[in-house]
Design a protein around this ligand. Sequence first.
Ligand SMILES: *Cc1c(COP(=O)(O)O)cnc(C)c1O
Length: 358
Amino acid sequence: MIRAALARFNLAALTHNLRRVRTYAPHAKLLCVVKADAYGHGASKIARALNELTDGFAVAMAHEARVLREHGVTAPILVMGGFLSSEELAFLAYADATLTVHQPYHVTLLKETQLTKPVNTWIKVDTGMHRLGIPYTQLRDIIEALRSIPHVRVTGIMTHFACADEVNHTLTAQQIQRFDQITFGLDLPQSLSNSAAIITLPHAQRDWVRPGIMLYGISPFMDRRAAELDLKPVMTLTSQLIAVNSVRAGETIGYGAAWTCTNDTRVGVVGLGYGDGYPRHAPSGTPVLIGGRRVPLIGRVSMDAICVDLHAAPEANPGDTVTLWGEGLPIEEIASAAGTIGYELTCKITSRVKREYI
Ligand SMILES: *Cc1c(COP(=O)(O)O)cnc(C)c1O
């Protein structure tokens, strides 16, 4: 076994999903969110595939912008997490990134740093999430302060929803109301919506939308699958059966003897575990796909292996392909079994997993 675990990335599905975003938000420009290595999909590959199709990219930090520029990405890049020093600010200006100001210290750094060319700056306002953002009541003061600094151009205003994935949450309405109140009469491009908001809040689409998870073909909602939204999974995670064992009724499987076979059981051992990024908390019963059949995981997930009950796939043999999620097996299902979200699963794929782009 050289490397059994394989993540395949379907770039046709990616561009399909981007077209879906355009259908949902026909009048908005797109900032495709490729932070965290494009949610584990490989930021340079994903961004290059989207470079000609998007209006820009958004990342969380300067390092991520650097990776994109080093791989020839020419589209605008918004760095949403701000900057911590003059050096970082100078780097962002050099990389032609769009800055985000979300703290008063950003204004100070902009004042203190000798910039040699104009930098585009977005202001992130906090309208109720209370994570990153200038308190919305201070927006006008911040704009004024920024406009007095040479080389600083304010080119956008954004906010982020705390509960856009829950339909009709009262906080979302309150956030939009606060945003509209404070931006009234301001002639600056606006951006409010992540994937969930793009789908459920057409009136919040405005000038720029910031799709992330939906680009990767994963539903932003707990109770709706990607297929219902006509989104196609980009990542399919597979591995192979590396052993098939006959285990007697009454014997136990794996660490902690956490599963007991109630019948004589053919047990398949899949060459992948939490060392590859499969969630350790996936419980017995979590499905995997072998030869088009769903079979349940049994016992604990270990670092290099998981065990499955082959009752429903009696003809399975060592070497057979096993799908953990992706085409044929919605990642949302695995995420909810493991008590997490698709975002976390794709982000956690480790470097041991071989990657292929098709
Ligand atoms: C991550 C992020 C997004 C994208 O969110 P999705 O739910 O993946 O669409 C948008 N805006 C901000 C500020 C983010 O941090």
